[in-house]
Write a protein that binds this ligand. Structure first.
Ligand code: TRP
Length: 450
């Protein structure tokens, strides 16, 4: 059964692909910005704790369900349901997941397009095309549309190639490149004046702020978005895993890679902010709050690079190229969610599914660009603040309450015959049943009434 579907060829390939999904604009910019707003080191500590204690178990829920069913979220949740009713509710949840994944991609493609535009702008600077460079860096309809479409076209091309040739091959190449480039940039930034102020903020915790509920909820949300949870992305990736793969270890590796890159990105962005501050660039408003995320990255970083001469141009090319890569490997994981559904539930050919769904998503992005002021923030809020926690809650309920325990154990035994004696089996089922839902409900109620 599994062999008629796509399947990852190696553990390395899977870990790279799933980490490629997890590591994206969220880690490289979102996490460091939140760390900067929420007390730096205190946020880092809470984030580290929550990533392993909360996000990892939910990631496991998606991976286990996915591998068991070897199917997309809709039929996977139906398969593990003992009754018709829970099956139908699960299928509805799975459908909600692919709608949300598609909606996330509509704004993600826009921001990723900006990354590509800024990368190209520095190349244009390098060869003396200053007017073109200015156009690329200025917020405008044609710039936005052209680069959003270019990004979507790249994503669609990779997804068309399928699991092994597409997702795995690309991620295997892109992910290590990303790590190396990030480390090199961190090394560079740390030699700059002002960087030590950023390091101090990032590494010296203030334990009073570590206990504030606002910080904890921010760190929770960050971990959740960062690991691509809720919408069925990781469930689909799990469904392409071979049965003999050790799930708890593979999931742990993915979490480790995701968290490491976020922490590494913090070592780049926080010092870079204070280098910019040192050079007279405004990064805080008059009230001491951080200037909003998109303003920060697209105003402050180019200004920072501008003070570095030719090294700055090269640094800018590197950084925005790196961001584009990270966004691309995340975007392919989003597009795979609705594409896998169309292929498996409606027998659509992969090429056609990609073409139709990709075009619809691009159309959605165009609509957002047409009504940017009102729609952009709204779509982000609806998808990431409300939908993701709710859908994550559903994954926990299905793994912990709906799925029969003996069937779940049988799944874990596929790769580890002694799973019943292991620590994972003793802790995890109870954990996703009670602890994770309570925490997610807390996030959701805060987002609603906080
Ligand atoms: N985790 C990615 C990031 O940090 C984004 C992402 C990819 C995502 N797939 C997802 C977010 C699915 C939510 C749901 O940028």
């Amino acid at each position: 059964m599994a062999s008629s579907r796509g399947e990852f060829g190696s553990r390395f390939g899977f870990v790279m692909a799933a980490s490629g999904s997890a590591v994206g604009l969220g880690n490289i910019w979102g996490f460091p910005t939140q760390a900067a707003t929420n007390g730096g080191a205190a946020f880092l500590l809470v984030y580290l704790f929550l990533a392993f204690v909360l996000a990892y178990p939910i990631l496991m829920a998606e991976l286990v369900i996915g591998r068991h069913a070897h199917a997309n979220a809709v039929s996977a949740l139906r398969q593990i349901s003992p009754t018709r009713l829970t099956g139908n509710i699960g299928a509805l949840g799975g459908m909600a997941g692919f709608v949300i994944a598609s909606l996330i991609l509509t704004f993600y493609a826009i921001v990723a397009g900006w990354m590509m535009a800024f990368c190209l702008a520095s190349v244009a600077d390098l060869i003396g095309l200053t007017d073109f460079s200015r156009w690329l860096m200025t917020f405008g309809w044609w710039r936005n549309v052209v680069f959003m479409l270019a990004f979507m076209a790249l994503t669609m091309a990779i997804i068309t190639a399928g699991v092994r040739a597409g997702i795995e091959q690309w991620s295997q190449r892109l992910m290590p490149t990303l790590l190396i480039m990030l480390a090199a940039l961190v090394g560079y930034v740390l030699t700059q004046e002002g960087a030590s102020d950023g390091l101090k903020v990032y590494l010296m915790p203030d334990f009073r702020s570590a206990l504030s509920p606002q910080l904890i909820i921010a760190a929770l949300g960050s971990a959740f978005f960062s690991l691509s949870l809720g919408v069925g992305t990781m469930l689909i990736y799990g469904s392409y895993l071979k049965d003999d793969e050790n799930l708890p270890i593979v999931g742990g590796l993915v979490t480790l890679v995701d968290v490491s890159i976020a922490v590494l990105a913090g070592f780049l962005v926080l010092p870079a902010m204070y280098v910019a501050l040192h050079n007279g660039v405004e990064i805080f408003t008059e009230t001491g709050a951080l200037i909003s995320e998109d303003t920060l990255i697209f105003t402050v970083l180019p200004e920072l690079f501008a003070t570095m001469g030719i090294a700055g141009v090269l640094g800018s090319i590197t950084l925005f190229f790196l961001m584009s890569i990270a966004a691309l490997t995340s975007a392919i994981s989003m597009l795979e969610v609705p594409v896998a559904y169309a292929i498996e539930e409606h027998g659509t050919k992969r090429r056609n599914a990609v073409l139709i769904i990709g075009s619809l998503i691009a159309l959605g992005s165009v609509v957002i660009l047409l009504h940017f002021e009102s729609l952009f923030g709204l779509v982000i809020a609806i998808t990431t603040r409300y939908s993701q926690p709710l859908l994550g809650l559903m994954m926990c309920v299905y793994a912990g309450w709906v799925w029969r325990r003996d069937s779940l154990l049988r799944e874990l035994r596929k790769n580890d015959p002694s799973a019943a004696e292991g620590l994972f089996w003793k802790v995890w089922p109870w954990y996703v049943k009670f602890v994770c839902p309570v925490i997610i409900l807390a996030i959701f109620s805060h987002a609603t009434w906080g």
